[in-house]
Write a protein that binds this ligand. Sequence first.
Ligand code: 6PG
Length: 478
Amino acid sequence: GSANIGVTGLAVMGRNLARNLARHGHRVAVHNRTYARTESLVAEHGDEGTFVPSESLADFVDSLQKPRVVIVMVKAGPGTDAVIDELVPLLEEGDIVVDTGNAHFADTRRREEALKAQGLHFVGCGVSGGEEGALLGPSIMPGGSKWAYDRLGPMFESIAAQVDGTPCCTHVGPDGAGHFVKMVHNGIEYADMQLIAEAYDLLRQGLGATPAEIAEIFRGWNEGDLESFLIEITVDVLSHVDARTGQAFVDVVQDQAEQKGTGRWTVQNALELGVPITGIAEATFARSLSGHADQRLAAQQAFGSGVQAGWVAAEDREAFTEDVRAALYASKVVAYAQGFDHIQAGSEEFGWDIDRGRTATIWRGGCIIRARFLDRIREAYDANPELESLLVAPYFAEAVQNGADSWRRVVVAAATNGIATPAFSSSLAYYDGLRRDRLPAALIQGLRDLFGAHTYRRVDAEGSFHTLWAGDKSETNS
Ligand code: 6PG
């Protein structure tokens, strides 16, 4: 075979990845279950580089140089297993199968193990950036063996987004590490969007501002520390006017947020690992709440909406807007800090040895959560790879401390005026909880010991203790 790399599954993501590879001088074998798609790709974009089309999977495999690199870009789930099952008998020892779908990392671990037993390499690879990213430069998060990365890494690095000359692609770690990191990326994406939505809601209700006016506020924010892709596209969405009604677009869209499930996976796994990713969890639950239309209607009928609109006095508008900005930034720092804690916990649990600084580096461009402050995160982990929490790195500690008064005023204003800000509030609670010298968890331990003899540890002695609550309340030590 003559092709350097192959892509099977030519829906829009696969198609764009194939084109991106071809545009960078790689000879790309292409295959799709229905051949018409393959033909249309070559007919429409054949001039962008070298495509080697095949109608059958066997011919596709034959068209590849050994050791072969086959990208599977199909909808995550059983479809991925079906394609792998078809591919495997056609491959030879040393060949590499890359899954660029949004697979659950546990599936990736299972597939990696199964293929390894057959002498094949399986690379679960996170890809972020949507359709446009796939074509023009995504952020790429490959897991799998070092050996596989040596073969495919240079090709992937050539098509990834580049920031300051550094590709947004690195070998994240073995087996499921790449998909795990992509999962956490999506969790952070949920938190980021929920925070943006809460900021918008506060400005709209507090100031009585129009979506177009709020778009201009976000445009200004995008010049500073908050500069990011999501803030940038918030400007686009908020300033968009619906052609059909002439109303703000955001007012004609149903207010029920959907999800494909990667945020849910993040929260489920964080619960298993015991990592308090409260911002991501609240963001995921906020989507669920929005979707419960019947309950929302019942509650609205029972209580009415509690919102006191337009509470910000004319002379306080600028200060309030600045408070919301600072609260958004501080909460965003918390969301990312929690996400990076989650990556660390996963890395320890599965022995992946993930470098958090390098993870921040490959999120600086191409992906949905790309943001100016990822450079700061990279610096923080470069300065101290063992950092206990991103929150205590000097730059972020200062940002959070400087913003704390604003953060509190915003959360108080939200509560007073009936605006739900679950992500703002829970991030502040996380910050305050984490920094407390003594938490009321001590009382919980006492309660657990009383009703279930679950024992407690003492501040002044080693070991586990139990109080004979029903007896003479003397203490026993085990
Ligand atoms: C990306 C995104 C993408 C994800 C969508 C939709 O990095 O390009 O994370 O992979 O599929 O954002 O996710 P939800 O449907 O769960 O919101």
